[in-house]
Design a protein around this ligand. Sequence first.
Ligand SMILES: NC(=O)c1ccc[n+]([C@@H]2O[C@H](COP(=O)([O-])OP(=O)(O)OC[C@H]3O[C@@H](n4cnc5c(N)ncnc54)[C@H](OP(=O)(O)O)[C@@H]3O)[C@@H](O)[C@H]2O)c1
Length: 361
Amino acid sequence: MTKEKYNVAVVGATGAVGTRMLEQLYASKIPYDKVVALASARSVGKKVSFGSAELTVEELTEDSFEDIDIALFSAGGSVSKKFAPYAVKAGAVVVDNTSYFRQNPNVPLVVPEVNAHALDAHNGIIACPNCSTIQMMLPLEAVRRVYGLKRVIVSTYQAIGGAGQQAMLEADRELREVLNDGVKPTDLHADILPCKGDKKHFPIAYNALAQIDVFTDNDYTYEEMKMTHETKKIMEDESIAVSATCVRIPVLIGHSESVYIETEKVAPIDDVKRLIAEFPGTVLQDDVANQVYPQAIEAVGKRETFVGRIRRDLDVENGIHMWVVADNLLKGAAWNSVQIAESLIERDQVHATTEMKFELI
Ligand SMILES: NC(=O)c1ccc[n+]([C@@H]2O[C@H](COP(=O)([O-])OP(=O)(O)OC[C@H]3O[C@@H](n4cnc5c(N)ncnc54)[C@H](OP(=O)(O)O)[C@@H]3O)[C@@H](O)[C@H]2O)c1
């Protein structure tokens, strides 16, 4: 039943995404009463901004959710695995920004502009898709609803911020060492990128790394396979062919993507532009005569997804290319999560779950 005010917890409140979740929550339509900032024991007592106020960070424990209605999780998959079920047990609805529950059949995977209806079948946990998937969903859905979608081939140019706060600090240090101390990029030392979980680490300064997350058995990375699996789940269509190549580049915030699609029916390019311009959450920036196209630096701090360079493939009649840019920390994570919470309230879906479908460990 709709309440007048909601108690909200943000898990991972000191992180790159968590700090933005607090910012987006403050600016949202959600009528909140209490907002709780949770992180690891390392951060207890630290202050985080919430509008003009400050919240004191508390340690995440199994008992953190007693009077919480909505819990936004962004502290890594292992934290969600352990603690999200406790939040559900306490009666909260969880919006999880990590990859842990995304492919669980009991968990809707939601981009509100595309499939908000999936929220109505939630069992206490809703997953927010991967940042690189979310921004691609908007223009694709705009076109798919009218012309159908057979195939997607995407190459990403992803910002360092997608790998968290420590990766951004590492990149900053590397760039300073090259610019201020004259260190050759090949002599730089790296500890984090391309990803914490792999054996080797490479500098990102003056570089492009064709690896985001670890490799899977089929030689694609997990990040690439996330784009494949998540697209099919969100669009509820296993037949859409999706192949991705995910690349990290030395941009701090703002993911860019070169997206090639094949539609079922041939789509006139002017109509594709119109559909994308009219789709909620997207902004068309497509005027090549005046050099207008989306740029990562312009997308930072914005909730929208920017789309341009829309053009027909030179050889394939139903093939279309486009360039898609968004703030990975906002639409790719914090805003999409808060937007899910807004949608849950609008659809009267903030309620305790009656049948527990997640294991308490
Ligand atoms: N960055 C992006 O663009 C993006 C986009 C989509 C999804 N995600 C996902 O969002 C999650 C967070 O990413 P991020 O970039 O914000 O990472 P981050 O900057 O490294 O922040 C991690 C947060 O998790 C907290 N945390 C870590 N271990 C914890 C524990 N055992 N108990 C409680 N809190 C703990 C940290 O608290 P302390 O400060 O106390 O360590 C911090 O608040 C990841 O799962 C990531 O894959 C990120």
